[in-house]
Design a protein around this ligand. Structure first.
Ligand code: ADP
Ligand code: ASP
Ligand code: MG
Length: 918
């Protein structure tokens, strides 16, 4: 519809009588591409508007003088006709994102916020209702792919807005809004039909289509504000914001022209409260365009800068800018303040809470941006402003403010010996990249100049690689450049913080955290501003990397996700110990252990949050699902927000043990009292240890020998400090220790075994203890730890189960028959006694002759092994340093409490390896 003379005179009447515009006046000035320029030329035609505008603000200024003398205001004199527009602190600019205006209820809520703002001038920028811009892009996609459903999709857009408007407004307001909506939808249908026929949409066609969401929310909101008694106008920012395209998916505002048009707009609309469309703008030729996806933040900042507003408040659905995307890192914390540079870097590197280009316009005028949550008004939000210098509070802050990631990135590596020292190589490379219009996100060049590596969006990499290959065709043929390689499926992780520059060791900490989470870094860049350190990693590692580095800088605690396998006697005791100790560990030692899953052989409990260990038994019963070890592993390792994972195998199962290699390979730490892996086939053991040594993944198994006694760690300590093991000899079985400590005087062997069984010291079938296999497994573990390459079958084992009783089926029958062999055992004891000796069942590792054995041995009565009581273990290490007097470790070596204690201390060892303070 062309602008009519009637609407001009109507507008001038309204202004001269200083009353508000009726919405109809606005709708009469709506624009469609065909008459866009004629509507814009309106302002040029009448200086009358400007004069009345000036006089109105002039009145306000004198009033303000009484209210506050500190308010800064500038009279900007820019137009040729010397029109003076009052700009400055009296203006507050708000921007409401899609979710804030996502429903009629929410739009009312936004109107409330506007009404409560007591600023003298309020300019409110709105996005389209949430999802509407996506729906609009979808219309174009459908139309250009000639999918007829675009028509019903347009109807859905219409219906959404019709219903919302009906909830919000009534009477004439509703009628005029609906008539405008109808008109727009008809225009859209015509345009989409053209796109459908052409099978293609130009950028300006699609920009015109997608911008409608904002036009509709701005109008609806302005009606609601007005309905609540406040004078309010809506602004179609295509009349005001003039931008020039600047590279792929970017535009640059023309401030001079836009300010001019803003003044002209004001001269026609002298309102104190304005609701403006976000996202949309015009080219200098008055063709509708957009500020590109998520551009409403940018609109608000451009307008805020043009008005020299005292603040731009960006209302969204989160409490402010978090130290990392809160959808990816649940531990992320709100940042109370950010410098402009920090906010820019965060948004550039993927924190989509803010459009990256939002910063520059307001920064020029030192206008702060507040990010606030419309759904949580009590949250103070994040303030983006010039940083206060040398404030004490700042010194305590982490040097890294936040982390952000960009997915769907590919790396391009141009490499060749012929590149070094050749001027112009980089310029040729990036010239070729520019020619295909690709956006280079980061660059890294080794100082040898041997290679240049840079990251571009995955969608642009094929074109980039082809351009480079053709540009360097000759150099490639001549071998001066060896390759143009593309590495797909990467992500960029950036650490951002103004204080990184002045704090040594930040990158070391960052890379250390990545290494400990077993994440391979593909490329690194640190700009000389040192506001950010950027690393390129595999896309699949991205979230884990983000959590690992975030927790390193932000969770002062070492946070470890745990999966407990086998909640039997030992596993259950461990869970109870964890429950009792968790608070102290957190408070006093900064170690945060979170059990995220518990699995038995039949049922498992998976949880997205830490399992409440005060009632884990009930939870397993009530919420348990069918056990599936792979699903369990996946869950504990991936599906939550904790960077480190440990699986604790409390079973004695070899099938569980066979998973360790895979777990370690996936970066999962393993802790276990299960002897099966380390005493199983030698080649598998060696593979496991080799993998463990190569990676930053830990495998601890202290409780496999001597339960909670420090046996493996003592042995390691000796070896690592250069001692040489000659012999390890010990009583490794608590059960057999108990039996021989009590097999004295006239007591029969079977009687002592029955007593031990009764007291719960033996396995349900005591032959499992008496056979010596368990001791043999411990011997092999220590032998291998000492460097001997032995198989379990290399260890001769003297079984205490009499040959004829080995095949007996039941434990009961075995116990009944055992007394038949008491005489033989009594004879052996008597012989020992006659020589002044006692009997002890021991395991021996002879490191010199490289062998091991398990046997019943005689020891002098003054030997430390003869002095034992109860079910104690005792282990003697004879080494080059401890040659005369062996190093002896002695103490209770069996039982659920001490075994669980041994596992627990491995967990704490892991925490300290991962960086817990010592
Ligand atoms: P709006 O529609 O209000 O413009 P956006 O969806 O564009 O909202 O931006 C807000 C979203 O940004 C949040 O819901 C959050 O999920 C996401 N986000 C990503 N990184 C961060 C971060 N570091 N801090 C806060 N929010 C973030
Ligand atoms: N509505 C636009 C979009 O979704 C702009 C914005 O909301 O910032 O991209
Ligand atoms: Mg946004």
């Amino acid at each position: 519809m062309a602008l009519s003379a009637a609407s001009i005179s109507n507008a001038s009447r309204t202004l001269s009588s200083s009353t508000t515009f009726s919405p109809l006046n606005n709708s009469s000035k709506k624009i469609s591409p065909s008459h866009f320029s004629s509507s814009l030329s309106l302002a040029h035609r009448s200086s009358l508007f400007r004069r009345s505008f000036v006089s109105q603000w002039g009145r306000r200024e004198s009033l303000r003088g009484h209210v506050s003398s500190s308010v800064k205001a500038v009279l900007v004199d820019e137009s040729k006709e010397k029109v003076k527009v009052l700009k400055g602190d009296m203006w507050s600019v708000h921007k409401f994102g899609g979710t804030c205006v996502g429903s009629s209820e929410r739009i009312k809520n936004v109107a409330d916020i506007i009404l409560k703002d007591s600023s003298e001038g309020k300019l409110v920028v709105v996005s389209a209702m949430s999802k509407v811009t996506d729906m609009m892009y979808d219309l174009i996609n459908k139309a250009q792919s000639r999918d007829d459903s675009y028509l019903s999709a347009v109807d859905a857009v219409f219906e959404k807005h019709r219903l919302t408007a009906m909830d919000l407004i009534d009477g004439d307001d509703l009628a005029s809004f609906l008539s405008r909506l109808h008109h727009d939808i008809n225009n859209l249908k015509a345009m989409l039909r053209a796109i459908y026929i052409a099978g293609h949409a130009t950028e300006s066609f699609s920009d015109f289509v997608v911008g409608h969401g904002e036009l509709w929310t701005a109008q609806m909101l302005s009606y609601v504000v007005r309905k609540n008694g406040q004078d309010c106008e809506w602004m179609d920012t295509r009349e005001v914001l003039i931008v020039n395209p600047s590279g792929s998916h970017q535009v640059d505002p023309d401030f001079v022209e836009s300010e001019k048009r803003l003044e002209e707009w004001f001269s026609r609309h002298p309102s104190k409260t304005i609701v403006a469309t976000g996202f949309i703008a015009s080219t200098p030729q008055n063709i509708p365009t957009t500020l590109k996806r998520d551009g409403s933040d940018f609109s608000a900042s451009i307008i805020g800068a043009m008005l020299r507003a005292h603040q731009v408040t960006i209302w969204t659905d989160v409490d402010g800018i978090y130290s990392a995307d809160p959808r990816k890192v649940s531990e992320a914390v709100i940042l109370r303040t950010l410098s402009y540079q920090e906010a820019w870097e965060m948004s550039y590197f993927g924190a989509n809470v803010l459009h990256p280009r939002t910063i520059l316009p307001v920064m020029r005028h030192d206008i702060p941006i507040m990010i606030r949550n419309i759904f949580n008004l009590s949250a103070p939000g994040t303030m983006i402003c010039r940083p206060a210098e040398n404030e004490d509070g700042q010194k305590l802050e982490s040097p890294v403010k936040g982390f952000a990631t960009i997915d769907n990135v590919a790396l391009v590596n141009v490499e060749g010996t012929g590149m070094a020292g050749v001027p112009g190589t980089a310029s040729a490379i990036f010239g070729a990249v520019k020619d295909v219009g690709a956006n280079v996100i980061m660059i890294s060049q080794a100082s040898s100049e041997h290679s240049v590596c840079f990251a571009v969006p995955e969608s642009e990499v094929t074109a980039v690689a082809e351009a480079l290959k053709s540009r360097f065709h000759e150099a490639l043929n001549a071998g001066r450049i060896s390759q143009v390689a593309v590495i797909h499926n990467c992500s960029i992780l950036a650490a951002v913080g103004q204080k990184m520059a002045s704090t040594p060791g930040v990158s070391a900490t960052l890379f250390n955290a990545l290494a400990k989470a077993n994440i391979n870094v593909r490329a690194i860049a640190q700009g000389c501003s040192e506001y950010n350190i950027t690393v390129v990693i595999k896309r699949e590692d991205c979230i884990r990397a983000l959590r690992a580095v975030h927790s390193r800088f932000y969770l002062s605690k070492t946070t470890i996700a745990m999966g407990i396998i086998g909640p039997g006697l030992i596993g259950a005791t461990l869970l109870d110990q964890l429950r009792d100790q968790a608070a102290v560990l957190k408070e006093d030692f900064n170690i945060d252990l979170r059990v995220m899953g518990i699995t038995g052989s039949r049922a498992m409990l998976l949880s997205d949050v830490e399992i409440d260990l005060s009632n884990w038994r009930e939870l397993v019963k009530d919420k348990g699902e069918v056990a599936d070890l792979e699903k369990f592993t996946q869950h504990v390792h991936v599906n939550h927000f904790i960077p480190n994972t440990v699986l604790v195998d409390c079973t004695a199962d070899s099938s569980v043990a066979s998973c360790y290699h895979d777990w370690l390979r996936r970066g999962i730490h393993v802790i276990t009292p299960n002897k099966k892996a380390n005493s199983g086939p030698l080649d598998q053991y060696l593979k496991l240890r080799a993998l463990q040594r190569q990676s930053y993944t830990h495998y601890f198994y202290e409780a496999t020998v001597g339960a909670g006694l420090p046996i493996v760690s003592t042995l390691r300590g000796l070896l690592e400090t250069g001692d040489k093991i000659l012999r390890i000899e010990g009583i490794f079985s608590g059960t057999l220790s108990y039996i021989f400590n009590n097999f004295i005087g006239t007591r029969s062997f079977s009687d002592v075994v029955a007593e031990a069984k009764q007291a719960g010291y033996t396995e349900p079938d005591p032959r499992d203890d008496l056979s010596g296999t368990d001791v043999a497994r411990k011997v092999i573990i220590l032998a291998r730890e000492s460097g001997l390459k032995l198989e379990l079958s290399d260890i001769p084992v003297q079984s205490l189960v009499p040959q004829p009783l080995r095949a007996i089926a039941s434990a009961e029958e075995f116990m009944q028959q055992l007394p038949k062999f008491d005489n033989e055992m009594a004879r052996v004891r008597q012989e020992a006694e006659d020589a002044g000796d006692v009997l002890r069942y021991v395991g021996v590792v002879d490191a010199v002759s490289e062998e091991g054995r398990v046997e019943l041995q005689r020891y002098k009565k003054d030997h430390p092994f003869a002095q034992l009581s109860g079910s104690d273990n005792i282990i003697a290490f004879t080494t080059t340093r401890y040659k005369e007097q062996p190093l002896i470790v002695r103490g209770p070596g069996a039982g659920a409490q001490v075994t669980a204690g041994g596992i627990f201390s491995d967990i704490l060892r892991l925490a300290s390896y991962l960086g817990a303070p010592s």
